[in-house]
Design a protein around this ligand. Structure first.
Ligand SMILES: *Cc1c(COP(=O)(O)O)cnc(C)c1O
Length: 364
């Protein structure tokens, strides 16, 4: 693994970084998505120069031409990955190469230039090195990194843009759900679908999320935390949540829906498919219908369900609501398999137990 310690970036550190006492106060109670660090990494792309003008600058507003393509036609892709404080006090980014590869796939699907993996990882390295003091030490806290690429050319011609910008920002995260590790309630959407076959559901492009917000609002109106998306054709198979994949636990056997063109291939999902069998928990990728979900909960065969993602980590699902009624999973509280996997994944991320080689990218 090559260590590109910020070589391609001009460094312009913040003249007035957040004072340490204020930073500690913010990191102690960051919520999600609002406490940004002091710096930002940026790059530009043009057909003539390729990726260029790399810089680390203070976190600050950017100015855009009103005709910026990304704003009009949605040529926008992003990623989400975490940096954790390790057992030894050092900081490590979790699986940056896997996120870099998915970022390239997302860009390709939206007819955008691909950012080379080494440059993606160098950007991450540069930002985390400068803002490492923002990585919280409390259990459950981490630094969430948000790479973003958008078409920045100013034209309203409907074609792939000829200029792009990459931005990498970071915020302190205390966890996605206000309930902490409490079980969440999910709403099965029978009105809306998230993605269509041949569409963009398997990549992280901005439009997927804008299109899902009304369903999320519907779920909230039903007293639920998240939407369960069904397959868009028959509306019977369970696919995933809005930003998380799902696992079903049958005693000590795990089942997760297979990857189709309408499911986002989560890095956390892939990690659990790798880690669970090593803990004696066999895994299977197999379709599961809503009817079967309900029946297997009623019979007691299905003991636990959890969601997983970079932002949500491993989150237990306690209750399911749909237009047809409501059912509980187990006794509705976090189960032993979910709890064990959540602890194990967190330990691997923090380097407390060894994971597969290359998963932790140490900043030092
Ligand atoms: C990001 C995302 C996930 C989870 O992916 P991770 O790589 O584990 O963070 C799952 N579903 C959707 C729709 C997502 O956007």
């Amino acid at each position: 693994m090559t260590m590109l310690t910020g070589a391609p970036f001009r460094i312009e550190p913040a003249a007035a970084p957040t004072p340490a006492a204020r930073r500690r106060e913010l990191v102690a109670d960051p919520g999600f998505g609002r406490v940004f660090t002091d710096h930002l990494v940026s790059l530009r792309w043009s057909p003539r120069d390729g990726w260029h003008d790399g810089a680390l600058t203070p976190y600050r507003p950017i100015s855009l031409d009103p005709a910026t393509v990304g704003l009009h036609y949605g040529q926008v892709v992003f990623e989400g990955l975490n940096a954790h404080r390790g057992e030894d006090g050092g900081v490590a980014v979790f699986r940056p190469h896997a996120h870099a590869a998915r970022f390239r796939r997302s860009a390709r699907r939206l007819a955008m230039p691909e950012l080379p993996d080494d440059l993606f990882v160098a950007a991450v390295d540069t930002l985390v090195r400068h803002d490492r003091d923002w990585v919280g030490e409390a259990p459950g806290s981490c630094l969430y990194l948000r790479p973003l690429m958008f078409a920045s050319e100013a034209t309203l011609a409907l074609r792939p843009a000829l200029e792009y910008r990459f931005l990498l920002m970071a915020f302190a995260s205390g966890g996605y759900f206000a309930s902490g590790f409490g079980a969440v309630t999910v709403w099965v959407s029978e009105t809306f679908t998230r993605a269509a076959p041949g569409g963009t559901g398997s990549v992280k492009c901005a439009g997927n999320y804008g299109g899902a917000l009304l369903a999320q609002a519907e779920a909230a109106g039903q007293g639920c935390d998240q939407v369960v998306w069904l397959d868009p054709v028959e509306r019977r198979q369970v696919e995933e949540l809005g930003g998380m994949n799902l696992f079903f636990v049958y005693d000590d056997r795990l089942v997760t829906p297979p990857l189709t063109s309408t499911v986002l291939p989560g890095v956390t999902r892939e990690c659990l498919l790798d880690l669970a069998p090593r803990l004696g928990l066999p895994v299977e990728e197999a379709p599961i219908t809503v009817d079967r979900w309900r029946r297997d909960c009623a019979s007691g065969a299905l003991t636990e369900v959890f969601a997983c993602g970079t932002a949500a980590r491993v989150t237990p699902v306690g209750t399911v609501r749909s237009a047809g009624g409501e059912w509980r999973i187990g006794d509705g509280t976090p189960g032993p398999v979910t709890t064990r996997l959540a602890r194990h994944l967190s330990a691997v991320q923090r380097g407390a137990v060894p994971g597969p080689p290359g998963w932790r990218y140490e900043i030092g």
